[in-house]
Design a protein around this ligand. Structure first.
Ligand code: SF4
Length: 322
């Protein structure tokens, strides 16, 4: 299995002005993240809201520019890529958003929404060919042909997400970035959409980056998982290893908070103190040290580097310094 995506030490910093004097600050939304995604796998990214996981996803789609570092997608470098070249590369990577309604133009019919990529990327021979392809996509995502003439507001949340999935599939992408694709849906609908994603993954030979704050959903769908905290990836491991033996204190706290129905399998819950610090002025050293129950003096001054512990499990924590 070879690498489709290589994210190399990427950063996304925003300049903002705050207060009556308009003082200048820098927000470090993503601050030096590296990981690879192999062809055909689902790479999950988890973390609390505000940890930078959605920004990272948008950078890989180039919906956000890259402040520093590089992203290699199937041989194309995305840092500094021209708009013209990005139009070609965009056929390789598509995004599915959390709120399908806000990402669908309410004035366009579903047929026009799903058919638009065929026009933008010149992927249909004529109108009849485009219509045939749109109906085929609607069928693949579980919608009927008559839905093509309706508008987004006429659909339920789950159906709207299916429309978003059909639109993403139109260009036959290699990589799909699904950013909280089911978190706005009712629990009963979530499993239907997850099953659909599983089916189209096989049928369209897709690779996924699956972004979510919900560890149960990520466990269901992912092969490997990266855990993000305050703009950095603190642990990366195969799913089974991560859920069986989380190493980073932050991952351990997240895992211990997963609800377990069986009282014999319940773990001691490790409550995290405080809230996630501001990305404007992140803590020195290990950025998790202000909330970590194992914090040492070293942690306050020196940022830990990623260490390979076993197999494919990497962790950024001084507890594992040799
Ligand atoms: Fe906790 Fe220190 Fe490890 Fe950071 S480096 S997670 S503060 S033990």
């Amino acid at each position: 299995m070879n690498t489709l995506l290589s994210v190399q030490n990427v950063r996304k910093h925003y300049d903002v002005r705050k207060g009556v004097l308009g003082k200048h600050y820098q927000v470090r939304a993503v601050d030096g993240v590296s990981f690879d995604v192999r062809r055909g796998e689902v790479f999950g990214i988890v973390g609390e809201s505000g940890c930078g996981k959605s920004t990272l996803g948008r950078m890989i789609c180039r919906l956000e520019s890259i402040t520093d570092g590089d992203i290699d997608l199937d041989g194309d470098s995305l840092a500094g890529i021209s708009d013209r070249k990005m139009l070609q590369v965009r056929k390789k990577v598509q995004m599915i958003f959390q709120d399908p309604y806000s990402s669908l133009n309410p004035r366009m019919t579903v047929g026009d929404i799903v058919g638009e990529p065929f026009i933008v990327h010149k992927l249909a021979e004529n109108n009849a060919d485009r219509e045939r392809k749109v109906l085929s996509l609607l069928n693949d995502v579980g919608l009927a042909a008559y839905h093509a003439n309706r508008y987004p507001h006429e659909f339920s949340g789950g159906q709207r997400q299916r429309i978003g999935i059909a639109r993403a599939l139109a260009v036959r992408p290699k990589l799909i970035i699904a950013d909280e694709p089911v978190s706005a849906l009712d629990v009963s609908i979530q499993s239907q959409v997850l099953n659909l994603l599983n089916t189209i993954k096989k049928e369209y030979d897709l690779t996924f980056i699956f972004i979510s704050h919900n560890l149960t959903v990520v466990e269901f769908f992912s092969d490997r998982i990266g855990v993000m905290y305050l703009g950095a990836m603190v642990e990366v491991a195969a799913k089974d290893a991560l859920y069986r033996n989380p190493l980073h204190p932050y991952t351990q706290a997240l895992m211990s908070a997963i609800p377990v129905m069986d009282p014999h399998k319940r773990k001691t819950r490790r409550l995290l103190e405080g809230t996630i610090p501001s990305a404007i002025n992140p803590p020195s050293g290990c950025t998790f040290h202000t909330r970590c129950p194992h914090c040492m003096e070293l942690c306050k001054t020196k940022a830990p580097l990623p260490k390979l512990i076993s197999g494919e499990q990497y962790v950024c924590c001084h507890l594992y310094d040799k």
